[in-house]
Design a protein around this ligand. Structure first.
Ligand code: SAM
Ligand code: SF4
Length: 440
């Protein structure tokens, strides 16, 4: 008899993608093979996101579309994992009776057992608040042969007023450094050259085992692993990122000159209402210190437009911050009220048309900034880790600088996974392009 097959799709953040890889590892160990499409699978799993209503609507619509597939294939198990499962629980089974498994964020380590139970005896709801937080890693499960994500912590204690994460992912728990070092060693031993450490607020790494501020020490331990060329960490919180962390970026050869440190707003009034616990001045000081210690530092940020009460003046303060900070990249989101959060009690008073206008305006400013900044690279030679063929143009390769800038150029696909040097000849707001000079 052929082995059972599973199709798994992740929605939302990098942590969700990593969790989907971990769930797939566990199911492979239990004898499953990966299916390339939902139609071919015995089990379909969606690892879901609740950060914005739009992300949830997409999953509900995809699940609705699976109804007829389930009718034709009664043995099919459809599972909802992660944040939406934790948030909506039995409501999912009530609304979509063809769903056979609802598995919350803390039940991931039991995923193979839960799938087996759902296949054997019908719908399973598993959404405890306290389960274990980490799943044994199969080093073979990763986005590419030479890149991997490693979780350093789960959950979040910050309770930003708009954010559902602390409610669906629970309190912050850091993994022990020995476990992380061991996992990174195994990944590097298996050919990984670039590791990204992930957590909702990596700067408070260590707090749950009594050593807050342990991130620089962890970076130093990982930096010493022979064969690891690039080490990144996401996401940083402006209130917690320390001078020692920035010094680690400056001093440790593998640690990349790249920070993702979301500002969310440039208005102090809105930052206070968001419960972010820093001011725009403190944020600007942080950017200045980062650039002083690491002149080539590339900084990415997130912004929310249309938070309750955001006036045109507040918005203009955000736009000024964006013009001034010259971010490498910005992600802009329209505020989406999330049930149960503090902000959900406030009136969602910025009309959608205005949120859209503010969103488009910030993206326009960022595009101008990126275009100007990217032009400064023309004529320079940059180091690139080659990721593979470009999706837009299969004749070209794509890769990234240590700063996360995307670089495209012509070259043989066998260079994937190699470090090369590229002479930059042109730039757009999104990419640098150039000519391959040599492999490093
Ligand atoms: N932990 C990270 C931090 O503190 O910045 C980010 C976590 S969150 C999953 C990713 C981004 O989604 C946030 O930085 C924020 O900009 C955005 N976001 C979170 N809740 C939101 C909401 N209710 N509406 C719109 N955007 C939201
Ligand atoms: Fe959400 Fe704030 Fe935690 Fe980030 S730090 S996950 S935005 S509560």
């Amino acid at each position: 008899m052929s082995p059972p097959t599973v199709f798994i799709q992740a929605f939302g953040c990098q942590m969700n993608k990593l969790d989907a890889e971990l769930a797939l590892s566990a199911l492979r160990r239990a004898g499953y093979e990966e299916a390339s499409s939902p139609k071919e699978a015995d089990v379909i799993l969606y690892n879901t996101c609740s950060v914005r209503a739009h992300a949830e609507e997409r999953v509900y619509s995809n699940l609705g579309n699976l109804k007829s597939l389930k009718r034709h294939k009664p043995h099919l198990v459809i599972g909802v994992l992660g944040c939406m499962a934790q948030k909506d629980r039995e409501k999912i089974l009530e609304r979509l009776p063809h769903v056979g498994l609802v598995c919350g964020t803390r039940e991931f380590p039991r995923i193979a057992e839960l799938v087996a139970e759902a296949r054997r005896s019908g719908p399973v709801l598993a959404c405890s608040e306290t389960g274990a937080v980490s799943v044994e890693r199969d080093v073979a499960c990763r986005p590419t042969r030479f890149q991997a994500y490693v979780s350093v912590m789960r959950g979040c204690d910050n309770f930003c007023a708009y954010c559902v994460v602390p409610y669906v992912r629970g309190r912050e728990i850091s993994r022990r450094p020995e476990k992380i070092v061991d996992e990174v060693r195994r990944l590097v031993g298996d050919g990984c050259r670039e590791i990204t450490l992930v957590g909702q607020n990596v700067n408070s790494y260590g707090k749950s085992f009594g050593k807050p501020g342990a991130l620089p020490e962890l970076l130093a331990r990982l930096d010493g692993i022979a064969g690891l060329d690039r080490l990144r960490f996401i996401t940083s919180h402006p209130k917690d990122i320390s001078r020692e962390t920035l010094e680690a970026v400056r001093d440790l050869p593998a640690v990349c000159e790249h920070l993702h440190v979301p500002a969310q707003s440039g208005s102090d009034r809105i930052l206070a209402a968001m419960n972010r616990r820093y001011t725009s001045r403190r944020y600007r000081e942080l950017l200045a210190l980062a650039k002083e210690l690491v002149p080539d530092m590339a900084i990415a940020s997130d912004f929310i437009v249309g938070f309750p009460g955001e006036t045109e003046e507040d918005f203009e303060q955000t736009a000024s911050l964006l013009r001034e900070a010259r971010f490498q990249q910005c992600f802009v989101f329209k505020y989406s009220p999330r049930p149960g959060t503090r902000a959900a009690k406030l009136k969602d008073d910025v009309p959608l048309s205005e949120k859209r206008r503010r969103n488009a305006r910030l993206l326009e400013i960022q595009s101008e900034v990126s275009s100007e900044e990217h032009k400064k690279f023309i004529g320079r030679e940059v180091e690139v880790l080659v990721e593979g063929s470009s999706k837009r143009d299969s004749n070209r390769l794509t890769g990234r600088r240590r700063t996360n800038h995307i670089v495209v150029f012509e070259g043989p696909v066998e260079l994937a996974g190699k470090l090369v040097r590229v002479h930059v000849t042109a730039a757009t707001p999104l990419t640098l392009s150039g000519k391959l000079r040599r492999t490093c």
